[in-house]
Ligand binder design. Structure first.
Ligand code: TXA
Ligand code: MG
Length: 353
């Protein structure tokens, strides 16, 4: 049975934003309420970032640990100084080149940002999204919108309004439906509070592209290896995340070996009375003749894989599969970010063939 839905669903057209709906959504934010909205990366769950009660409500709605800080979304560069004690030169350069867009910057926080929003930290995460619908909502809502991904904590991030409704429909006030998001994976997070800008979460912007503008860029050592014992610096990267209900294993190797191994693994699972799922690229899909097959996208058009990954992980939950075998998707630009999310979803279970 479907749960009763509390949230009002408002469909908006990016080309012709209905000002009345946008204003109404903004008023909800100004009054301390919660509005989910699309960004170019994933849907966010918005609340007034300067209101500690709104941040508390966000944590409660998501079931999120309160030490995992929120990203503050702004719509104009002039909004930035209020949030930070200092804007390092590198951060200024990054803002010029990558905002509006899928980049989140970690900066020293000002007194205006409540600790409820930063999970107790003295730094604040800031992002200026490019989605016109998001920008309109941020402006209507007072200019500072705290927004984590609009999923229940631990589930894959939402890339459509119906994913948001599934997870949060009975605990928030409004959902702005702007259709499917463009990118499908969360923003690249870069820490500017250290001498060399450091990537805390891989995303759409590849490290090389950041380095072209910033010079030296590092990657948080806590991201690189699971068994190094180094904890990732972004609290959210320490949690198990994006996980489907079934046990997911990534099978890596030459394409012929991978498809052969996945076919055998499915056969074995079925003999044991288990229902098996396969997460495959368009290019290899024709090689499978058993199991519940989901095609995530094409290796030749890597953006299609990023866009569909979370949706496909959610779909597997509806099919009742017990195990999922996934190909690896090491594509040139966004492959790092895709594999980071997929490895987390798999609890780092990888089989090399
Ligand atoms: O693309 C995105 O960034 C989306 C859309 C809605 O903008 N938002 C998003 O938020 O992914 P969330 O809350 O799901 O992830 C925020 C991540 C978490 O891993 C959190 O730990 C990290 O950012 N973070 C936030 N503030 C931080 C800080 N001050 N220092 C280090 N990490 C921080
Ligand atoms: Mg999230």
């Amino acid at each position: 049975m479907k749960k009763a839905m509390k949230a009002e669903m408002v469909v908006l057209d990016r080309g012709h934003l209905d000002p009345v709906s946008v204003r109404r959504a903004g008023k909800i934010l100004l009054a301390g309420g919660l509005v989910a909205f699309p960004t170019e990366t994933v849907y966010g769950l918005g609340g007034n970032a300067l209101d500690p009660d709104a941040s508390r409500r966000i944590y409660a709605a998501k079931g999120r640990p309160s030490d995992n800080p929120l990203i503050v979304h702004i719509a104009d560069l002039e909004a930035l100084p209020l949030l930070t004690r200092e804007i390092p030169d590198a951060a200024r350069k990054a803002a010029e080149s990558f905002w509006p867009g899928p980049l989140t910057m970690i900066l020293p926080k000002s007194d205006k940002v409540p600790y409820e929003t930063t999970g107790g930290l003295d730094t604040v995460a800031v992002r200026m999204p490019s989605d016109p619908l998001a920008l309109a909502l941020i402006r209507a809502g007072g200019g500072y919108v705290a927004a984590p991904s609009a999923n229940t904590s631990g589930r894959p991030s939402p890339t459509t309004a119906s994913h948001v409704a599934e997870d949060l429909g009975d605990s928030i006030d409004m959902i702005l439906d702007g259709g499917q998001v463009e990118i499908g994976l969360e923003s690249t997070i870069v820490d500017f509070t250290v001498p060399v800008p450091t990537i805390l979460r891989p995303g759409y912007y590849h490290p090389d592209r950041l380095a072209k503008v910033l010079g030296d860029v590092r990657i948080d050592p806590g991201l690189l290896s699971q068994d190094s014992g180094i904890r990732p610096k972004a609290p959210g990267m320490r949690y198990r995340h994006y996980a489907p209900k079934a046990e997911l294993t990534i099978v890596e190797g030459r394409p012929e070996n991978v498809t052969e191994a996945i076919r055998r693994l499915c056969e074995k699972a079925e003999k044991e009375g288990k229902k098996a799922g396969i997460l495959a690229s368009q290019e290899n899909a024709g090689s499978y003749d058993r199991g519940v097959l989901k095609v995530v996208g094409s290796l030749a058009r890597e953006e299609t894989i990023a866009r569909k990954l979370y949706e496909v992980l959610r779909e597997f939950d509806e099919t009742g599969v017990d195990v999922i075998y996934s190909e690896a998707f090491h594509t040139p630009q966004i492959g790092q970010a895709v594999m980071n999310r997929l490895l987390k979803a798999a609890g780092h279970r990888v089989m090399r063939v």
